[in-house]
Design a binder for this molecule. Structure first.
Ligand SMILES: [Zn+2]
Length: 297
């Protein structure tokens, strides 16, 4: 009886244990399934995150691309002028290499930058017009325009705002018109041909006898002696040579140039010559003679 009871008891205990185990296994199974499910959920979350992140990266890249494009467009617009100048500069360099002298030099020096033009060395009336481009609204020889433009920019950058270009290139034809009109005016007033000419050249250069016919000379501001007292004049006296320009008619050289002091009139000769001329303290007439006699640059 007692044995039976013990049996029953152990039987039930065993049954309970098995039941517990079954439950435990079920639970474990459930846990495993849940773990699997949550693993899948995590995987899906990760996928979503990656897609989201990639999306953000793509959108960000597109926005950055557009912003950069806009910025670069603005920068480009600002740079257009500079690039144009650089291009002119480059082209003029190339042209220097394949030198094709448009205007026959009067001196023996084969350099378009050193052509001497004055009453003793006039340009022939049929001289070809140089290739011209505009600098600050005025025509200048294309080969030197870049340096004139850079010089103007540098002056303004140094705070000199009271500066403008009054006159650069004048065609021989235009000058002939002015000259002939003046001659005719005097003739009609009863002057002889000689008298009319003498009176006219007091005001107007003969066609081809002005450096302005070359397109390499520039007159600043009001074309008067007061220019000497301006900041612009001081600046040019120090810096113009760095851009290849010289003061063409200095006071102390008037007897050599044949032209009275003109502080407003500057001539392009190119950097190597402007430096050398300053070093030697020579005006263009003297410098050309120096080169013709075998002087070194
Ligand atoms: Zn002048």
């Amino acid at each position: 009886m007692v044995n039976n009871m013990v049996k029953d008891e152990s039987y039930y205990r065993e049954k309970n244990r098995q039941e517990r185990n079954r439950n435990l296994n079920k639970k474990n199974g459930k846990n495993k399934k849940e773990k699997k499910k949550s693993k899948n959920r995590n995987k899906n979350n990760l996928k979503t995150l990656i897609i989201l992140f990639a999306g953000i990266v793509i959108i960000f890249s597109i926005i950055m691309f557009i912003i950069l494009k806009l910025i670069s467009r603005n920068v480009n617009e600002e740079k257009i002028e500079t690039e144009k100048i650089a291009q002119i500069h480059e082209e003029s360099k190339k042209e220097d290499n394949v030198i094709e002298v448009v205007l026959e030099p009067k001196n023996k020096i084969d350099d378009w930058r050193l052509i001497l033009v004055n009453s003793r060395n006039p340009l022939p009336e049929d001289s070809k017009e140089p290739e011209l481009v505009y600098v600050e609204g005025k025509q200048f020889d294309k080969r030197a325009a870049g340096e004139l433009q850079e010089m103007m920019k540098a002056m303004k950058k140094d705070g000199i705002t009271n500066i403008w270009i009054q006159s650069t290139y004048r065609s021989i034809e235009y000058q002939k018109q002015l000259y002939d009109n003046k001659i005719n005016e005097y003739l009609s007033k009863g002057a002889t041909k000689e008298q009319a000419e003498a009176l006219t050249i007091e005001y107007i250069n003969r066609p081809g006898e002005s450096e302005h016919n070359l397109g390499l000379a520039v007159d600043f501001n009001n074309v008067d002696d007061d220019f000497e007292n301006t900041k612009a004049y001081n600046w040019l006296s120090v810096n113009a040579k760095d851009y290849g320009f010289i003061m063409r008619y200095p006071e102390e050289k008037a007897d050599i140039t044949g032209i009275a002091y003109e502080p407003w009139h500057w001539r392009y000769v190119g950097k190597e010559h402007s430096y050398k001329m300053e070093e030697l303290d020579m005006c263009l007439e003297e410098y050309i003679e120096y080169l013709e006699n075998g002087g070194e640059i």
